[in-house]
Design a protein around this ligand. Sequence first.
Ligand code: HEM
Length: 395
Amino acid sequence: MASDRQLRLHITADALDRDPHPVFEAMQSAPPAVWVEDLGMWLVVGYKHVEAILRNTEDFVTGTPGSLIFDTFGEHMLTAEGAQHERFKSRFRGAFSPARIRASMAQKVDACSQMLLDGLSSGGKADFRKAYASRLPVLSILSLFDMPLEEEPKLRLWYDGFERALSNFAWREDVRARAHGYVGEFHALVRRHIARVRAAPDDSLLSEVVNDESDDRLDDAEICRNASIIFFGGISTVEAVILNCLYALCTHPDALADVRRDLDLIPQAIEETLRWLSPVQSATRHVVRDLSLGESTFRAGDIVNCMIGAANRDPRVFEDPGAFRPCRTNVRKHLGFALGPHFCLGSNLARLEAATAIRHILERCPGLHLSADHPTEIRGFEFRQPTALHLEWRT
Ligand code: HEM
């Protein structure tokens, strides 16, 4: 390791997994990047520097052919840059606009959410991760692609295989082989639906992409690869924002009372959740050439992890950053959906699902509170959410 790696801290992956916030708070006054030996990568925690890196897609790229995400899913919008990235993303952007998502998805998400809540036990207690939050995003994404909801167990199985593959830092062959098998099965499902909308075009998102007549339209393999990141980018992330928001409200009774009094505050509570307990805590980038950022020097091939969750608690941008305050004036300045060219494609769908979930749960569960029998454990420094969320309410 070169001697100019300005600051090295002995931070373990386990410590970050349990509670990254004290570590990151201490790092806010350090140089832009800190080398963490245990992870073999740089961490960047300041808002200004995270923003600079995410906007600079020439020097800091999302995926290299040697990265786990590329190995699992191949080339798609989150592993491409420049013109190719724009070519992929532009085909889907229209369908994910706020107005189109509201028009195409509001009723469907509403129905899926009510169906899951109908299935809760009548005893006034449930693990909302298992019974609700892990399921709503899967049902929603199937609805968005007009696929039968009966595919839910298969999607969940595939997703769990992909999650293992994306954290397969030891490059175990069995984990890779299983994920590649699941990718093949997923592509076969998408290809069946491509054939359906090619034969009978409709007004769905898939039909729009498949029946695109422009010169540089996506071929079927490109549609399948981009569908994989769209499908699987919106599952545990939405699950986490729902759980994190419920957790935030249940641990902040004043905020919960305000939101119960005025349900129009739900969107703000969701934005503040994305800042205070960011579901996606990091965005990984690969350095293309030797370069400096402030006092930090990177070499081509280095991995830089932009810690979105830490930037969202940068005291230079957010006053009293450790406090959960849905009414803070700059509540939407968070980086929970990243920023720059790779800004989350599904942010409007995520916001719709989360707002629907919180509204329905508050309406149907009076006196909602954390269960004293099952203490909540929040884990993860790349994706962060409760391992389970046991809640109780008055029946
Ligand atoms: C609260 C829920 C969500 C959060 C917190 C979230 C967060 C993010 C973040 C931080 C990125 C940037 C990653 C990077 O730059 O390395 C991203 C990208 C992306 N997200 Fe989301 N996401 C959420 C929901 C969704 C949903 C529902 C979908 C799709 C239905 C989705 C699809 C995507 C896609 C396709 C990209 C790649 C965009 C690109 O490369 O241009 N996400 N998301």
